[in-house]
Design a protein. Structure first.
Length: 156
């Protein structure tokens, strides 16, 4: 079935931004709250952080968010090597998380999913106005129809 949806760059979908992801970012260059968030992810290893408050682009860890830990019983869990290092280059997923934090003035991140000590996915409640405005030459985002997926129409 052919879709009648017009093609737009991914950066125009709700929740995605075209913020540049910094390259070569080191742990020591992060603010203390961001360092604490990275260490929390590493210590959880597998699980999630739920209800993380963000204010002025910084994670607020007091009061602490809810932590869910997923423990595998069928094998040995190995912690991330970086957990023992004072400084290291942060991975792409952490850089993307930091980039997303830069877009938030005040929000609650409903969930950060963590696998192998790395934040893999964030879910937040809000509207596109919480993010930086779209570039001037960008077409306005289309309204999202509740009956279709953001990635495209469902085929029947």
């Amino acid at each position: 079935m052919e879709s009648n949806r017009t093609s737009r760059p991914k950066s125009h979908y709700v929740g995605l931004t075209n913020t540049a992801v910094p390259k070569g970012l080191r742990y020591s260059e992060l603010s203390a709250p961001r360092q604490a968030l990275v260490r929390l992810c590493q210590s959880i290893n597998y699980g999630s952080i739920d209800g993380l408050q963000v204010q002025d682009a910084e994670p607020i860890l007091s009061p602490p968010p809810s932590i869910l830990v997923d423990v595998k019983l069928d094998g040995e869990e190995v912690p991330r090597e970086e957990i023992y290092l004072r400084d290291f280059e942060v991975c792409l997923e952490v850089r993307r998380l930091i980039s997303q934090l830069e877009n938030f003035k005040e929000v609650i991140i409903e969930r950060i999913e963590i696998r192998a000590g790395i934040p893999r996915r964030i879910i937040f409640r809000g509207s596109p106005t919480m993010h930086r405005p779209l570039p001037q030459n960008a077409p306005p985002p289309e309204p999202v129809d509740e009956c279709r997926d953001v990635q495209g129409d469902f085929e029947q």
